[in-house]
Every structure is written in C-alpha cells, then in structure tokens.
Design a protein. Structure first.
Length: 148
C-alpha cells in the first residue's frame, strides 16, 4: 500500500538520482556539445553561449536540489508551514530564474534554448506563487498559535 512515508522516501531517492546526474553532467558537457556541433554542422564559434548556459544551469540546478533536500528534511520532521521552507522555496524559484537567465543569451542562436528559457522562467514563476501561498499559510499558523 502506497503511503506518505513511501512517497517521501521516493522523493529522497529521486532527489539523489537527479543530484548525481547534475554532478555527472559537469563532466559530460564538453562531450555533449562536441557531439552536438559535429552532428549539426553548426559553427563552434558561438559555442561559448552554450557552455555558459549549460554550466550556469547545472550550478543553479545543484543549488535548487540542495534546497529540495532541505525541504524534504523539514517535511520528514513535520515542519511544513514554516519560514525556513518559504526561504528554501524562494531560493529554488530564484535558481529557476537563474537557469532562464543562463540560457537567455543562447536563445539568439538556438531554438531549444528558447524552450529551456521559457520552461525555467515559468517554473520560477510557479514556485513564486507557491512560495506566496506557503508564506500566507505560515502567517495564519503563527496567528493561530498566538491566539491559543
């Protein structure tokens, strides 16, 4: 039977796998870009934009995953609507915007970069809204705790 503990454990496992993939990606970015330029026949003189985008996005992703790990830890401790989670979700949203900014220069040259830019910006915006909802829930919880 599936329950919240198994769901939390699965979230931890996925977080570890994704973090490992982002760390591994640091070593594979040059090979991936070399393969891309060899296959596409595109000029490599604009590769610098892709290197900036990929390495920048990877660093933002690792930061966001670290924050997700912390949020999962808070959830495991039963600390859901707390100011710490608001701060962590805020940082994750800024990391999403960071990915969008990292890919922004590459949008001039690559259609795929436009898709990544838009998806990261949308995800950042969605997280900002979620952060505001949780922030309001923290306020309500603190008011309720103060009245008891």
């Amino acid at each position: 039977m599936w329950n919240k503990d198994k769901s939390l454990a699965l979230s931890y496992i996925i977080t570890i796998v994704v973090f490992a993939a982002t760390v591994a990606a640091l070593g594979f970015i040059p090979s991936i870009l070399k393969w891309y330029f060899d296959e596409s026949g595109r000029e490599q003189n604009i590769a610098v934009w892709l290197y900036i985008a990929f390495y920048g996005a990877d660093l933002f992703a690792m930061t966001a995953i670290g924050c997700l790990w912390a949020v999962l830890g808070n959830i495991r401790k039963g600390e859901i609507f707390v100011a710490a989670n608001v701060k962590l979700i805020r940082l994750i949203s800024w990391c999403s915007f960071g990915v969008a900014i990292a890919f922004a220069p590459a949008t001039r040259f690559y259609l795929t970069a436009i898709i990544v830019f838009a998806a990261a910006a949308f995800f950042g915006l969605t997280l900002r809204v979620l952060k505001n909802v949780i922030e309001k829930a923290v306020e309500i919880r603190e008011e309720n705790d103060a009245t008891i």
